[in-house]
Design a protein around this ligand. Structure first.
Ligand code: GLC
Ligand code: CA
Length: 576
């Protein structure tokens, strides 16, 4: 165990050491399998992450969210957890995690981990015990076991479908060898759903939270947070029920009591030397009013902003999502352009249809991609996103402008979505390809020199131009843009205020001001007054536009053209 000394912010004078650090943090999503491989087996690990913490500090982020790092059979890349209180041996040890937390804290970086409470792994001791104990046992009551329908129970208990394709039920063989009950899995069969009506499940997860908070973890990302509560009658779905109280497993009202209990635990730990603990929910809900029920002083601190992620590169649509997000006054906004489940932003914005939706990945992959256009827009989107009030998430590789790798050979694909849809949906491997660090050939120093194994997914050879080393050498690279934008965002008083004021602008141009005054953020001085307003102007039209006369340019996502802001370009300006 690390000793409970106060984390030091040395070297990061402007780092949020206490108070509501999560309100406007820049959070780097670190997908550990693909970040950096310390031991040469072709799979990223904690040693690799530790070796590159200085890179993240230099990038200017405030916190890291780690995708699941626990022991896992990896049926869903770690979202099938067999032990919630340890580290996957391929990634390292608990001692490595403790050291990583301490080292990150030493750099002023907070650590957020992923907790997966909706489902387990079929290799978890509880599931093994449930199989062994048989029907009507306490062990089975922690999951959803039911007899089948039809002759000899040979049909699933209801018509629910797995989110990964195929039925949401799998039949077990009982200890005596007979065909037995079925168990529910909203995702892969290797991910049995917990029954949150079981007091054992509630106690267990509250204890898991305490385990990690007491090791100094600063935040928890809650996986599939709207799915935990199920209608115990397990009725068929028609497919037309909206999420909410009438839906048998999405966004049911009693899910909130779980998070209210978790918030009390987070608040309890916030009084220790490590400072405020935060909870962020992965909640995909179309209805803003339902979404807002998850956040507030008694529940989650924030939720991910998926409507923003899904939004097309279109000025009116973006403005609508921004306004709707900011209207959810119960919690600070979060801004997310990409994550490990969706197509990379450079590819999305380079397609003729720039929206995204998890349900329509095959369609989006069928469209042509203009990478130069997508990259220009991704740069403009980065500055737009980082100018918005709230916290911002950066998914690893986004800062390098990596694209979605759509041509992974079928036999190398790992995502269960690919197999369970029989190849109809290519799945998420294309955004999970290991990072290029330096050099001119794969593995681009993802693995150490002389490593025996190749990276677990192949890297495009063209990424030689997108390595951290190559981009560090160029002032006009995506990495240089992210570094500079994050530096200004964390040090300029204009970003401390919470409000945003829209300004008049030509058609298909977004323009808004941020001011130092009036914010709730105590991180930066309220130095309001003349010369402290930041204006963000994003040109999504097809013609260059002029910039205000009383403005000086702080940063642009691309070169100006004779003083004009070209299409698909964003500028940060100092007004007055
Ligand atoms: C979440 C994760 C995703 C995972 C799923 C099941 O949506 O982000 O990667 O496959 O939950 O745990
Ligand atoms: Ca490794």
């Amino acid at each position: 165990m690390p000793s409970a000394t106060a984390p030091s912010d040395s070297g990061r004078p402007d780092s949020p050491s206490s108070g509501s650090w999560w309100r406007r943090a820049a959070i780097y999503q670190l997908y550990v399998r693909s970040f950096a491989d310390g031991n040469g087996d072709g799979i990223g690990d904690l040693a690799g992450a530790r070796a590159h913490l200085a890179h993240l500090a230099a990038l200017g982020i405030d916190a890291i969210w780690f995708n699941p790092w626990y022991p896992s059979p990896m049926a869903d890349a770690g979202y099938d957890i067999s032990d919630y209180r340890s580290i996957e041996p391929v990634f390292g040890t608990l001692a490595d995690a403790d050291a990583l937390i301490a080292e990150a804290h030493g750099l002023g970086i907070k650590i957020i981990i992923d907790v997966v409470p909706n489902h387990s792994s079929d290799q978890h001791p509880w599931f093994a015990a449930a199989l062994a104990a048989g029907p009507d046992s306490v062990e089975r009551s922690r999951f959803w076991f039911r007899p089948g329908r039809g002759i000899n129970g040979s049909l699933p208990p209801n018509n629910w479908q797995s989110i990964f394709g195929g039925p949401a039920w799998t039949r077990v063989t009982e200890a005596d060898g007979s065909p037995g009950e079925w168990y529910l899995h909203l995702f892969a069969p290797e991910q049995p759903d917990y029954n949150w009506g079981s007091p054992d499940v509630r106690r267990e997860f509250e204890d898991v939270l305490r385990f990690w908070f007491s090791r100094g973890v600063d935040g928890i990302r809650i996986d599939s947070a709207a799915l935990l509560s199920k209608d115990a009658a397990l009725p068929d779905v028609s497919g037309s029920e909206p999420p909410g109280p009438a839906h048998p497993y999405t966004d049911r009202d009693d899910v909130h009591s779980i998070y209210q209990a978790w918030r009390a635990i987070a608040d309890e730990y916030s009084a220790d030397n490590y400072g405020e603990r935060m909870l962020i929910g992965e909640v995909w809900l179309p209805d803003a009013a339902r979404l807002t029920r998850y956040v507030g002083p008694g529940e989650l601190h924030t939720v991910f902003n998926f409507p923003y992620l899904d939004c097309p590169w279109d000025a009116d649509a973006l403005r609508r999502v921004i306004d709707e997000t900011l209207a959810l006054a119960a919690a600070p906004a979060t801004w997310v352009l990409s994550n490990h489940d969706v197509d990379r932003v450079v590819s999305r914005y380079g397609r003729p249809d720039t929206a995204f939706s998890l349900d329509r990945r095959p369609y989006f992959h069928s469209l042509p991609v203009d990478l130069a256009l997508g990259t220009r827009r991704a740069r403009a989107a980065a500055l737009l996103t980082m100018a918005l009030p709230g916290s911002v998430y950066v998914y690893q590789g986004e800062e390098l402008g990596l694209w979605e790798v759509q041509d992974i050979p079928d036999e190398l694909r790992q995502d269960p979505i690919w197999a369970r849809t029989l190849g109809a949906d290519p799945g998420r491997d294309g955004c999970r390809v290991p990072l290029p660090w330096s050099g001119t050939e794969p593995p681009f120093s993802f693995s150490p020199a002389g490593a025996a194994a190749e990276p677990w997914l192949p890297q495009p050879k063209e990424w030689r131009d997108l390595t951290v080393a190559a981009e560090s050498a160029h002032a006009d690279s995506m990495l240089s843009l992210y570094r500079e934008a994050l530096r200004i965002r964390r040090s300029d008083p204009a970003f401390a205020g919470t409000p945003l004021t829209w300004r008049q602008s030509p058609e298909d141009v977004l323009a808004f001001d941020r001011d130092a005054g009036g914010g709730q953020d105590t991180r930066l001085p309220d130095t309001g007054g003349p010369g402290t307003t930041l204006r963000c102007v994003a040109n999504l039209s097809s013609v260059p536009v002029s910039l205000p006369e009383n403005a000086s340019v702080l940063l642009t996502s691309g070169p100006l053209d004779g003083g004009l802001l070209p299409p698909d370009t964003t500028a940060w300006l100092r007004i007055g």
